[in-house]
Design a protein around this ligand. Structure first.
Ligand code: ATP
Ligand code: MG
Length: 446
């Protein structure tokens, strides 16, 4: 959802395009996570992606896709995948043909790739030699794994080829490509300030990011629906404020995204908007930035010097997983019990059998008894519990699919929240785990 002036993001000269190679993507064997990653990072630089295309592993198809993209003259064209040694890895050849530049062998790069292979215990085969071929005029991006990436300025467009493996792509993007795009934007700003029309043509990195970058703020919220939030935000008239405000929903809450010019004036405007949004949303905001609920709740525990344990039924261990996603969580997370069956709730967590018989496993009373039980068992300061009906079957009129209770013990007080969640079994379980983290976070705030 975008509120405000969106069109400016699509101004010419600030556009990106992406081409993803791989039949795996087209067949649905893997999810195109590189696209969502790149789209978000580009937008943070003030560059709006207008085209993203998955292309089959075929040389002619890839060359055509690249030529069509170059003809639209984006400031950056990102190519993902197809840089490995196998027969279906065709990106090098496609770039060479589309750009009309021959491939050149880089002996030093070959040496680096060989030693990567050796240090990983892979056996070397001469088919890997083709990975050391790079189009003439291109700059090699330092290796992360075994596939080299490269970039090349072609007219108005910075063409960037990155390996498909997500962590390699990410490290190369952040380490090599973003600095290049930022430097390009700075140069263009300087040219604008000097009264120059446009940027010096041809030079590497000259016209890579369009005028002044944008600055972005992310206000992370939990417990308010996206449409409710969008409605609340639309009550303000943001237009003409030289800033945009949008929302993005995910299982771990809705993020309010503010964008404005990366200038002192732009920052002041964003500060003013941010202040109003924070005041409006109160404790529903769990942070400003990129930290998630696991980090924020963990940090609150660390600051308070408290430990936590979990008793999980419907989340089946996911809550423990979320807490331990954070490096260093052993400082406050003690452990947990997956008490799926009633007998485990009774025998291990000491939930009274009579209570289970009277209220049922999915009830406020059971959630409270589970949290208190694991607190006693593991001698923790705080505890969280989950019990609910994740579906798709097992619901009733009285206890429908998506009914979840999350329990919390903190500072000697037990609290339970009743949730009505929607979506697939997995979505319900994910949301339940995040809701439990959020309950503890809010409790520790008070
Ligand atoms: P490699 O040397 O590993 O072959 P490569 O650049 O040739 O590197 P690909 O063969 O295209 O990369 O992809 C390697 C793996 O990376 C794929 O099997 C897949 O798991 C992952 N991958 C590729 N493209 C994407 C993408 N767009 N999003 C997420 N994962 C991807
Ligand atoms: Mg490959």
């Amino acid at each position: 959802v975008e509120v405000g002036d969106k069109a400016r993001e699509g101004e010419p000269g600030r556009r990106a395009e992406m081409i993803f190679s791989g039949d795996e993507l087209l067949r649905g064997d893997i999810l195109n996570t590189n696209q969502s990653y790149l789209g978000e990072r580009l937008l943070d630089l003030g560059i709006f992606a207008t085209h993203a295309l998955c292309v089959t592993d075929d040389l002619a198809a890839m060359v055509t896709a690249m030529r069509e993209s170059l003809a639209r003259r984006p400031v950056v064209l990102v190519l993902s995948g197809g840089l490995g040694p196998t027969e279906d890895d065709l990106t090098r050849e496609a770039v060479a043909e589309a750009l009309g530049r021959p491939l050149e062998h880089h002996e030093d790069l070959l040496g680096q790739i060989r030693s990567r292979f050796a240090s990983r215990g892979f056996t070397w085969s001469d088919t890997n030699r083709k990975q050391a071929l790079i189009p003439r005029g291109a700059s090699v991006i330092p290796l992360k794994g075994t596939a080299p990436g490269f970039w090349i300025q072609q007219g108005d467009t910075l063409v960037v080829a990155l390996p498909g493996v997500p962590w390699e792509l990410k490290e190369m993007w952040e380490g090599a490509v973003e600095p290049l795009l930022r430097a390009g934007a700075d140069k263009e700003d300087a040219a604008d300030a000097a009264g120059g029309a446009g940027s010096p043509a041809g030079a590497a990195g000259a016209s890579t990011a369009g005028p002044a970058g944008q600055s972005v703020r992310r206000i992370r919220t939990f417990g308010v629906g996206e449409s409710t939030l969008a409605e609340m935000l639309s009550e303000f008239d943001w237009r003409g404020e030289d800033a945009t405000i949008g929302t993005r929903a995910a299982l771990d809450g809705v993020t309010v995204i503010l964008r404005g010019a990366a200038t002192p004036d732009g920052a002041r405007k964003l500060d003013a908007i941010q202040e109003r949004v924070l005041a409006m949303l109160g404790e529903r905001v769990f942070g400003v930035g990129t930290e998630g609920l696991s980090e924020v709740t963990g940090e609150a525990l660390r600051k308070a010097g408290l430990t936590v344990a979990v008793a999980e039924s419907c989340t089946g261990g996911l809550l423990g997983k979320r807490l331990t996603d954070v490096p260093g969580s052993s400082d406050y997370f003690l452990g947990g019990v997956t008490a799926y069956d009633n007998l485990v709730k009774i025998d291990v967590l000491d939930v009274p059998a009579g209570l289970l018989a009277q209220y049922g496993a999915v009830s406020e009373e059971t959630a409270a008894a589970m949290a208190e039980g694991v607190c006693r068992l593991l001698h923790s300061d705080c505890a969280l519990s989950t019990t609910g009906i994740a579906g798709p079957d097992g619901g009733s009129e009285e206890k429908p699919v998506g009914l979840v209770y999350v329990g919390n013990v903190a500072r000697g007080v037990t609290e339970v929240e009743r949730l009505r969640l929607f979506g697939s079994r997995d979505q319900i379980r994910e949301r339940a785990a995040y809701a439990a983290l959020d309950l503890l976070r809010r409790r520790l705030l008070r």
